[in-house]
Design a protein around this ligand. Structure first.
Ligand code: NI
Length: 182
């Protein structure tokens, strides 16, 4: 089932999301719906707050990048209760980001290229690992959503100033996305 995506101004996007337990109701269905919603809207990641749920669940697909990054062929993963444990600040990179909750806004964001994460998979097995490359970028963007942060919070003061009018337009409902929004 395709779910509407909550956009800028919805308070759930600004809340700290909570860990869930294996008895969370209909979790498998929820994750399926999140994948379907992400594919339909052509995103590479979707966090539960973006569909109005204040819980730590994220889906990521990197299969679309397989031409440039063959290692991501077939990459479709759900992350439960993810937390970033450590940022390797020794190397950062600036890369343009967009967000399904901020339609029409694309801006460069500087982030560390390598992070250490802990999460559970769909079987609630815990994983702890260092991640780099494009996946580390997408994880940082998506896991930020679970802490109530949006990529526009991480722009330089000048770029922040430049997107202000676009954010205001979003708040006023003046921006139309190609997918269902709320
Ligand atoms: Ni986003």
């Amino acid at each position: 089932m395709i779910l509407p995506i909550y956009t800028y101004g919805q308070s759930v996007l600004r809340k700290e999301a909570e860990d869930i337990t294996p008895d969370y109701p209909d979790l498998k269905q929820l994750i399926d719906n999140m994948f379907e919603t992400m594919y339909k809207s052509e995103g590479v990641g979707l966090a539960a707050p973006q569909i109005g749920l204040n819980i730590r669940v994220v889906v990521i697909t990197l299969d679309v990048l397989k031409e440039d990054f063959p290692e991501y062929a077939g990459f479709n993963k759900a992350y439960i209760n993810p937390h970033i444990l450590e940022y390797d600040e020794s190397e950062t990179q600036s890369m343009e980001e967009g967000c399904l909750s901020l339609p029409g806004i694309h801006e460069p964001v500087r982030r560390p290229t390598r992070i250490r994460v802990r999460y559970q998979d769909v079987d609630f097995t815990t994983h702890e690992e260092w991640v780099d490359g494009y996946l580390a970028r997408v994880m940082q963007h998506e896991f930020d959503h679970l802490d109530g942060k949006l990529f526009t919070d991480r722009l330089t003061p000048l770029r922040k100033q430049m997107v202000r009018s676009k954010l205001t337009a979003l708040l006023k409902g003046k921006v139309r996305a190609t997918y269902k929004t709320k």
